[in-house]
Design a protein around this ligand. Structure first.
Ligand SMILES: [Zn+2]
Length: 145
């Protein structure tokens, strides 16, 4: 019994060090890994739901890319991908939040874009025509609210 226990604990140690060795010089999971995992799950679910093979195929592609990234030895390239993804995702989150805030406050504010640089601006409703200067590009224009 002790022999078996010793054997198993030795095996466990070996597997652990083997795992550590395998992951050495590789990046391992990051934010993009998790996103691809979820994307694969959602696409697989969609393919089951709709019966469309294309979702299954895209789901496999996402999972393959995920596994490839986890085991890739080109760490700078993987880090760059992850930074790109995190930046995009943060933009999507910020824009979504701003979108719902605009809907929520649409009765209090009139939302519009600067004619010069297209950045978003708002004005309290009921102020009539106001001359505005864009804080970003300093374009002066008239706006009714
Ligand atoms: Zn502007």
């Amino acid at each position: 019994m002790d022999k078996i226990r010793a054997y198993l604990s030795n095996l466990g140690r070996k597997m652990q060090s083997g795992m550590v060795r395998m992951m050495m010089g590789r990046r391992g999971p990051d934010e993009l890994t998790l996103a691809l995992l979820w994307l694969g799950i959602i696409l697989t679910f969609l393919s089951g739901f709709t019966g469309w093979g294309i979702f299954m195929l895209l789901g496999y592609a996402a999972e393959i890319w995920m596994v490839f990234r986890v085991f890739s030895r080109n760490i700078p390239a993987r880090a760059k991908e992850n930074t790109w993804y995190v930046t995009k995702w943060n933009t999507v989150k910020r824009e979504t939040k701003a979108f719902f805030l605009r809907i929520k406050l649409r009765k209090q504010y009139k939302y519009f874009r600067c004619p010069g640089c297209k950045s978003r601006m708002r004005l309290s409703r009921g102020r009539g025509e106001v001359e505005m200067t864009c804080p970003k590009c300093h374009t002066v224009f008239k706006q009714k609210a």
